[in-house]
Design a binder for this molecule. Structure first.
Ligand code: FAD
Length: 325
């Protein structure tokens, strides 16, 4: 049976995050011919509407209030709730991002829907939608379906591939006017200060070169940065490296850091503590570089290199340069 699906486009620094396009691919899987609507908030929503149409949105609702240019819980909650009331979806998807994780439980509670968070896979079986999500910090996976009511899920970035862009696709664009009473918005964002360096967003990167305490210093991260840049990837870190002040906590991957699922994860000088594995063990290919052949990281690695990272990383960089030349 066809389903009406609504996705919330996730924007960072005026650009659509990939997870918005992945949400449209997920919507296509469950819609079964039903209408797919994308909601996009902020004053440059209309500029991004074409991309959403090219990736599968049939309808786009832009809400252009200036209060939505920067995320605040109150403004997004009110706007999203009004969009949901307007669209009347049977399925709602957001990214499992800072925005989706914050706003979705509030909305779900308000509309009386159950919420499946951090979904990594979707199967549709004779009209029944079954979601996969990790439990016990990624050590096991559970499959769940919603028995009745609205299906609401947050989708982990990098797990459901976006559809190829079809530039001939168009969508109806509706500018919805919503009421955002100023006295109900309790937070004002005055400035956004970027902590991590420019480059690829860690949570959406397809290649991550991560360093641990074995990197030994801030300068020790330089060879990792060079390799990451060559591969169009991002640099990540273990908490050991962050605690030792070799890098910023914005790079931390793991149970209390970011959860990532890149195509390639290169772990250099990381022992492989369970809390680190919780953030990266679902990466598609894991390469571990460690001096200690007994390091637990080798148990989850697809490829293990026993050696000194300061010898191995430059060698890898040279080899990749030849291949990519
Ligand atoms: P170490 O365990 O010190 O390992 C360093 C490794 O580098 C060793 O295996 C060593 O053999 C290798 N090495 C040294 N020199 C070289 C070299 N030249 N070449 C190659 N290899 C070399 N950790 C996280 O990462 N993320 C989290 O989110 C996180 N959350 C936590 C939450 C809680 C509640 C707790 C208690 C802990 C958490 N931790 C987390 C910490 C975690 O338990 C580990 O302490 C941490 O991951 C260790 O970091 P590390 O592997 O870089 O350091």
């Amino acid at each position: 049976m066809s389903k009406k699906v609504l996705i919330l486009a996730d924007i960072r620094e005026g650009k659509l995050r990939n997870v918005s396009l992945e949400s449209l691919a997920a919507a296509k899987m469950v819609a079964d011919g039903g209408e797919i609507t994308a909601a996009i908030f902020g004053s440059n929503g209309k500029e991004l509407a074409d991309t959403l149409a090219h990736h599968g949105a049939d309808k786009i609702i832009t809400v252009s209030n200036q209060e939505l240019d920067q995320y605040t819980t109150d403004a997004y909650f009110q706007a999203f709730k009004q969009v949901i009331d307007h669209v009347g979806p049977e399925v709602i998807f957001t990214g499992h991002t800072a925005v989706g994780r914050d706003v979705s439980p509030r909305i779900a509670a308000r509309i009386g829907a159950g919420l499946l968070s951090d979904v990594t896979g979707i199967e549709v079986d004779g009209g029944k939608v079954v979601f996969t999500r990790p439990i016990y910090a990624g050590k096991a996976f559970v499959k769940k379906a919603v028995k009745e009511g609205i299906i609401f899920a947050t989708l982990r970035p990098n797990n459901i591939p976006a559809q190829e862009a079809d530039t001939t696709r168009t969508a109806d664009v509706e500018d919805l006017s919503v009421t955002l009473a100023a006295d109900t918005i309790r937070t004002i964002v005055k400035d956004v200060v970027k902590k991590s360096s420019d480059g690829v967003d860690l949570s959406e990167a397809s290649v991550i070169v991560a360093g641990g305490r074995g990197v030994k210093s801030e300068d020790g991260f330089k060879p990792l940065e060079e390799l990451a840049q060559l591969l169009g990837g991002a640099v990540g870190a273990s908490r050991g490296a962050c605690d030792s002040e070799y890098c910023d906590y914005a790079l931390q991957i793991g149970q209390t850091g970011k959860v990532v699922t890149p195509d390639l994860y290169i772990a250099a000088g990381i022992s492989g503590a369970i809390q680190h594995l919780a953030g990266m063990s679902n990466s598609k290919v894991i390469v571990a570089i460690n001096k200690d052949p007994e390091a637990p990281i080798f148990q989850v690695a697809d490829y293990g290199i026993v050696g000194d990272l300061f010898e191995v990383i430059p060698l890898l960089t040279e080899e990749f340069k030849k291949v990519l030349a």
